[in-house]
Design a protein around this ligand. Structure first.
Ligand SMILES: Cc1cc2nc3c(=O)[nH]c(=O)nc-3n(C[C@H](O)[C@H](O)[C@H](O)COP(=O)(O)OP(=O)(O)OC[C@H]3O[C@@H](n4cnc5c(N)ncnc54)[C@H](O)[C@@H]3O)c2cc1C
Length: 450
């Protein structure tokens, strides 16, 4: 008798966990196929440290091959799902289209940058969701400081030394907090900037406080650290318009800048919208067993799924790695149950708290609801990440040690160009192809808008 085939689309927090758990439960009784555009799992929470030169990119890119015995990895982006014929179609990195049948399907495709209809933002802002964006940002920041040092025009220098982050959730707060330390360190190495005005970081949000989705104590800690560091936090404020010379804020002020970093949140991967299934806030509706109603063979979890939140009846679980991992586990268990191994269980979740790394020795954390700040929070935050990462722990710890002992490397490789990371890109995990008419090879380090 042939083994049932379980196809998992997406090898992020949810998909990787589903694959691992299924392997253990199935013990070879099922064929498990994992479809993902990259050959690595991306540990997204440490991306701000990649963008600001603390961690080398491969530290947060954990190889899928070799770590998932018994799982067949298919390199490609799923782009055609036939729910009636139970088939998944995908395109591999060389543009070949292929398809595969399934007995069970798990959709764990995550999320992409959220867009808002603000003039100029799509053209002039860059998001922060994938590895290409983090690499682009690291180079871009370094380049702005170098060009600021090179110019004799005071206004240009000020604009190049001004960085605007929109969205004071955990992503934007971490980017701004780390960013200020990074640019201070870079500026110290440029004789014409050293001793002059410090690089300026602005963090904007329409909400009345930073980290609006987290406990107010964490918010106070983050505000204190940002203020001490000189980051200008503008609450109740957003961007009204973006141009190539700067941004007009909603209070009508104009801020000259070449750097608009878009951290307003995430929306589910567009693959979900194309399925013709019911969604909530763009996320695929599933029941408490992670099952898509009307399709007992289809499951969804992570950012792409609207999973009922057991802790807040009537609401869906927030988009966090913690939820994605636990949902992945529950999906695996319930798929096994659907094949007669055990009984299915509804999704439950115990809140373990949250950590926000603010750079240096600072962090805001509330493990098991105990609010921490300063060194204790910093230690808990790093410890948490080391435990939560599925691998590369020694390499990450060594990078942290080097960062504590040595100056940060201020070089830009310029391998990811601006057009490769457009804000509206639907696959932030891979660089976008060059626009029609532009050569794909070579690199001028160009930094024009996408
Ligand atoms: C900068 C940043 C910091 C964060 N920090 C934290 C934190 O500290 N704690 C926390 O709990 N959460 C954090 N989050 C949120 C957390 O990263 C997400 O909630 C989590 O990644 C969701 O897991 P997922 O498996 O649903 O999606 P992902 O981890 O994004 O994985 C989705 C996978 O699907 C793949 N994929 C997408 N489309 C396709 C397709 N068509 N075909 C095949 N594969 C596809 C992607 O390549 C990816 O591998 C952070 C997010 C960001 C952006």
């Amino acid at each position: 008798m042939s083994r049932p085939r379980i196809v998992i689309v997406g090898a992020g927090f949810a998909g990787l966990t589903t694959a691992r758990r299924l392997c253990r439960l199935a013990r070879g009784a099922a064929e498990i196929v994992l479809v993902n555009p990259t050959d690595y799992f991306l540990y997204v929470p440490l991306l701000p440290e990649v963008a600001t030169g603390i961690l080398e990119p491969r530290r947060v890119a954990l190889p899928l091959t070799g770590t998932l015995p018994g799982v067949r990895l298919v390199l490609g982006e799923a782009d055609a799902i036939d729910l009636d014929r139970h088939r998944v179609g995908w395109t591999d990195p060389e543009g070949n289209h292929r398809a595969l049948g399934y007995d069970r399907l798990v959709l764990a495709v995550g999320s992409v940058n959220k867009l808002l209809p603000i003039p100029g933002v799509v053209e002039h802002a860059h998001g922060f969701r994938g590895m290409p964006e983090a690499l682009y940002l690291r180079d871009h920041i370094t380049r702005q400081i170098e060009l600021a040092d090179a110019t004799d025009d005071g206004r240009e220098r000020a604009a190049r030394c001004t960085f605007v982050v929109v969205g004071a959730g955990y992503t934007g707060t971490e980017v701004a907090a780390h960013g200020q330390l990074f640019t201070d360190a870079l500026a110290r190495r440029h004789p014409r900037l050293d001793g002059g005005e410090r690089p300026r970081w602005l963090l904007l949000d329409l909400a009345p406080r930073v980290l609006p989705e987290l406990h107010p104590r964490m918010s106070q800690t983050a505000s204190r650290v940002l203020a001490r560091r000189g980051v200008e936090v503008l609450t109740g404020t957003s961007v009204a318009e973006a141009t190539k010379d700067g941004v007009r804020l909603t209070d009508d002020r104009f801020v000259p800048t070449r750097s608009l970093i878009w951290c307003v949140g995430a929306r589910p991967d567009p693959l979900v919208a194309d399925l013709g299934l019911a969604t909530e806030k763009g996320r695929l509706i599933v029941d408490e067993y992670l099952n898509v109603p009307g399709h007992p063979e289809v499951f969804a979890c992570g950012d792409a799924a609207a999973v009922p939140d057991p802790a807040r009846p009537g609401e869906i679980a927030p988009m966090t790695a913690q939820h994605a991992v636990r949902q992945g586990r529950a999906a695996a268990h319930n798929i096994a149950a659907s094949h007669g191994h055990g009984t299915r269980r509804p999704y439950t979740h115990r809140d373990l708290g949250f950590v926000v790394d603010l750079g240096g020795t600072q962090a805001a954390a509330n493990p098991f609801k105990v609010p921490l700040s300063g060194l204790a929070a910093g230690a808990v935050t790093r410890g948490y990440h080391l435990l939560a990462m599925p691998g590369n722990r020694v390499r990450v710890a060594v990078d942290w040690l080097f960062d504590a002992l040595l100056p940060r490397q201020g070089v830009q490789l310029g391998l990811v160009r601006a057009h490769a990371v457009p804000l509206e890109h639907t696959a932030p995990e891979v660089p976008a192809p060059p626009p029609a008419g532009e050569a794909g090879e070579g690199n001028s380090g160009e930094d024009s808008p996408p």
